[in-house]
Design a protein around this ligand. Structure first.
Ligand code: F3S
Length: 75
């Protein structure tokens, strides 16, 4: 199928969250802000999902902003 591009395609793109484990200090803020995406495992944040679920994008960005050591990246 051709011509699927444009804003609709951009909008439908999946967002991914990544935690840099060399930076994370296990403060737990990300899990608090966006528990659908982040969880703390043995004092380290893990991303629970391959793609950020629909509707969780805002809290995921919030977690990225709030992380005190900038360990969260979103792509
Ligand atoms: Fe770690 Fe930042 Fe979350 S320090 S626990 S990735 S808010």
């Amino acid at each position: 199928m051709k011509n699927r591009g444009g804003p609709a395609l951009l909008k439908g793109r999946h967002m991914k969250a990544i935690v840099d484990e060399t930076l994370c200090i296990g403060c737990g803020l990300c899990e608090e802000v966006c528990p659908a995406v982040f969880e703390l495992v043995e004092g380290m944040a893990k991303v629970k999902v391959a793609d950020v679920p629909r509707g969780e994008e805002d809290c995921c960005r919030q977690a990225e902003d709030d992380c005190p050591v900038d360990a969260i990246a979103i792509e």
